[in-house]
Ligand binder design. Sequence first.
Ligand SMILES: C[S@@+](CC[C@H](N)C(=O)[O-])C[C@H]1O[C@@H](n2cnc3c(N)ncnc32)[C@H](O)[C@@H]1O
Length: 249
Amino acid sequence: MGPSPTFDQFGTSPTPDRGGKRSNPDFRLHITPLHFFFPLRFPIQRKLKLAQVHKQRKAKRKKLFISRVLAMATNTQDQQSQAGRHQEVGHKSLLQSDALYQYILETSVYPREPEPMKELRKLTAKHPWNLMTTSADEGQFLNMLLKLINAKNTMEIGVYTGYSLLATALAIPDDGKILAMDVNRENYELGLPVIQKAGVAHKIDFKEGPALPVLDQLVEDVNFNNPIHFFFLQNLLIIELNFMLKNKI
Ligand SMILES: C[S@@+](CC[C@H](N)C(=O)[O-])C[C@H]1O[C@@H](n2cnc3c(N)ncnc32)[C@H](O)[C@@H]1O
């Protein structure tokens, strides 16, 4: 075995005693493709680094996206729980902010709500269809309108547990009359004890059944000539339109 090749034999280092010439004349044979690859090392490293940065950014974006989706889901849950809270108060407000609506209720509406209406509202909140009820602010607006126009005889289609009915009964004079109609007597009877306790039940003439036949009967009834000063109808637009078209009102 000959002497092992030295660093100098590969011609990578100029030898001073040979005038700076390379010791191995075949040094070119030792250049491998790796040597050509070497100058590319930095761009490739840069590319690898860029790819890594890109991957990190992608992961970050994905994380951000997931956190946003989670935040949206939490918001929706919040809104749903807010809606749940609003179900209790029969929220049908045009206000976009639940917090603002709640603030108005707490600071301005509930403190002015008559005691029987408060009781009926709380009783209705426990009912599975409580979303149908007139809200406290609507009830007070209704009460104010009736007083403003000095209404005596009114008509109401769609009573449910009677929140708007009670608001009306409390607003009209003692000899005033409300012709109230609903297909469901059971719900009306839920709220009836509160209405009776408030001392206004004598103003109410409740008719069970679909409103249209009752209205048709009224039109036929020659004895019914009481003027109706106020008509309250909730979510039953079709009935109203049908009746108006039929009777050319
Ligand atoms: C939105 S709720 C009324 C809420 C009520 N004004 C209050 O303040 O709680 C609608 C009511 O209309 C009643 N209804 C539905 N169809 C009817 C019909 N054809 N005639 C009379 N009442 C009807 C329902 O039973 C329901 O109680």
